[in-house]
Design a protein around this ligand. Structure first.
Ligand SMILES: C[S@@+](CC[C@H](N)C(=O)[O-])C[C@H]1O[C@@H](n2cnc3c(N)ncnc32)[C@H](O)[C@@H]1O
Length: 194
């Protein structure tokens, strides 16, 4: 296991969670690196739904998937992730958020706490039992800190019978280091465990 960064933790979680035939969501498509990783893991019978508010992200991701022969495994949407329930059927195994802005592009096009919270609530509904929500948070900028604070509160408020929530903090990486939050939907309903 690589503990190098929040994104490395997320990639490990993708690999451990997904199997061929699964459905997954990339809530922040960006340059398509995560979408590509998810497409490889869900295999030919699986599906990846990916969202971004920037048309450039969709075009770049489409070109990347096409060059890797993976475009047929993905549905790409130029649409905010807060609307994912309009396009994604319930029963997804993994939803990934890599928050913030696209490196090298307009920092004003960052994810925002209000829409991120709506999207995460929607994602929690769409997850299948045993499904995982993965969030890479970047508290090194003000909106990123607000997102981390709000997501931490949301995760703490989840019923422990229904979800397991973890926060991975890098203790010696200095202030502003990325933080990984992972939320798993419980496999067995509480009523069946009594
Ligand atoms: C850190 S980048 C994602 C990197 C990407 N996962 C990759 O592998 O290249 C964050 C992305 O979130 C997008 N974004 C911002 N607000 C959004 C929203 N409401 N819905 C979906 N994407 C959004 C930005 O346009 C940006 O491309």
């Amino acid at each position: 296991m690589s503990l190098q960064s929040a994104r490395h933790i997320a990639l490990e979680v993708f690999e451990k969670t997904l199997a061929p035939g699964d459905r997954a969501v990339d809530a922040t498509m960006g340059r398509g690196r995560d979408t590509l990783a998810l497409c490889r893991l869900v295999g030919e019978a699986g599906r990846v739904y990916a969202f971004d508010v920037q048309q450039a992200a969709l075009l770049e991701t489409r070109a990347l998937l096409e060059s890797e022969g993976m475009l047929c495994r993905a549905s790409l949407y130029w649409m905010g992730h807060e609307r994912m329930a309009e396009r994604v059927p319930a029963g997804v195994k993994l939803v990934a958020f890599n928050l913030g802005w696209l490196p090298g592009s307009d920092k004003g096009l960052t994810t925002r706490v209000d829409t991120t919270l709506l999207a995460v609530q929607s994602a929690l509904q769409l997850l299948s039992p045993g499904g995982v929500l993965s969030l890479c948070c970047y508290p090194g900028h003000p909106e990123g800190q607000r997102e981390l604070d709000a997501l931490t509160e949301l995760a703490k408020s989840l019923a422990p019978q229904r979800f397991t929530a973890l926060k991975h903090v890098f203790l010696n990486a200095g202030p502003g280091a990325p933080v990984a939050i992972l939320i798993e939907k419980t496999k067995t309903p509480a009523s069946a465990r009594r």
